[in-house]
Design a protein around this ligand. Structure first.
Ligand code: DOR
Ligand code: ZN
Length: 346
């Protein structure tokens, strides 16, 4: 058995309406801070909209949540008023701004075509000490899908970091060795890594019957990229931490001719990460990755609660899917790993 401080999820999609109702408990019963992504069908671009969304999240949160603290983000776009952003940050209502390249992923149509277009937003972030969260993936159709993270880092983010070195950046869901190297080499940056990018490689997605449930953006990359991510996550580097990118989509949207990108891992993501660390004999680094590194980067106090994780084969079958009130089904990622681990409040 190992005991860890209550973990945080520094990147999660909680959605809205009946999907929010169906998924928020998985995050709230396990994680403390949750950095809530703003890519709703109508992007969250104002403090008022983020506050209204936070109210809906709180209303949907079950009463047996451990110590759940959702924190809100705005969607980087020309619709943000820098004055409103500043006020939202100063009142503690907004924690960060998320940049999406237009067209890269779910609900990203309102995103940017060039990072250089949003200087007033970055200046406000620097002045208030808030972070810019970046989906680092080129949308250039001439660039191979598996090379798009590196292309974006080189073409878009590196010049921005050189232009505004004071801007604190979290490179979200890094998926390649290039992503890990970028964060190691750029002082004011940090990275989140997802359970699925640590535990799977692109052959799992494509080799034995195409697996829409593993399809996400950025796409899961090669075995050597996965090894580089595992090396980074278990290294003790303080600038890398868990962001699940848990992103539920109904099976009706996953199993069609154009599968939606997103892996729903809020239920078992912690077990998946624990198993990857166990396989590398690196469980002594688990608390840093899932609990303490992120707290230090985001400047929040350590948690009061702990979790106990025990590795033992569990007889009871783990749930493999959830159902929303309107009849949608969402597949739960990580049932194999979940059957090896038990997680309980400490
Ligand atoms: O796979 C993904 N799904 N990547 C993202 O960046 C967005 C997310 C979603 O919202 O479904
Ligand atoms: Zn995401």
């Amino acid at each position: 058995m190992i005991e860890i401080p209550q973990p945080d999820d520094w990147h999660v999609h909680l959605r809205d309406d009946d999907m929010l109702q169906a998924v928020v408990g998985y995050t709230a019963r396990r994680f403390r801070y949750a950095m809530v992504m703003p890519n709703l069908a109508t992007p969250v671009v104002s403090t008022a909209a983020a506050t209204a969304y936070l109210d809906r999240i709180r209303a949907a949160t079950p009463s047996d949540a451990l110590d759940f603290r959702p924190v809100m983000t705005l969607y980087c776009s020309s619709a943000i008023d820098p004055g409103d952003l500043r006020a939202g940050i100063e009142k503690g209502l907004i924690a960060a701004v998320k940049y999406y390249p237009a067209g890269a992923t779910t609900n990203s149509a309102a995103g940017g075509s060039s990072m250089a277009d949003f200087m007033p937003i970055y200046e406000t972030l620097v002045e208030t000490g808030a972070r810019l969260l970046v989906h680092a993936e080129s949308t250039d159709p001439a660039i191979d899908i598996f090379a798009r993270e590196e292309a974006f880092l080189v073409d878009q983010l590196a010049p921005l970091c050189a232009r505004i070195p004071e801007l604190a950046v979290t490179v979200e869901h890094i998926s390649t060795s290039a992503g890990a190297d970028f964060v190691r080499e750029h002082p004011n940056t940090a990275a989140t890594i997802t359970p699925h990018h640590l535990a799977r490689e692109r052959s799992d997605l494509l080799a034995d019957g195409m697996r829409p449930d593993l399809y996400c953006k950025p796409v899961i990359n090669s075995a050597s990229d996965r090894d580089a991510l595992l090396g980074f996550a278990t290294s003790g580097d303080p600038n890398v931490f868990l962001g699940t990118d848990s992103a539920p989509h109904p099976t009706s949207a996953k199993y069609g001719p154009k599968a939606k990108a997103g892996v729903f891992n809020a239920a078992y993501g912690l077990e998946v990460v624990a198993e990857t660390f166990h396989q590398l004999d690196a469980l002594d680094q688990l608390a840093a990755f899932v609990s303490t590194n992120g707290c230090a980067v985001y400047g929040v106090e350590p948690p009061e609660h702990t979790l106990h994780l025990t590795r033992e084969a569990v007889d009871a079958d783990r749930a493999t899917e959830l159902h929303t009130a309107s009849g949608d089904t969402v597949v739960l990622f990580g049932t194999d790993e979940a059957s090896l681990w038990t997680v309980a409040p400490g």
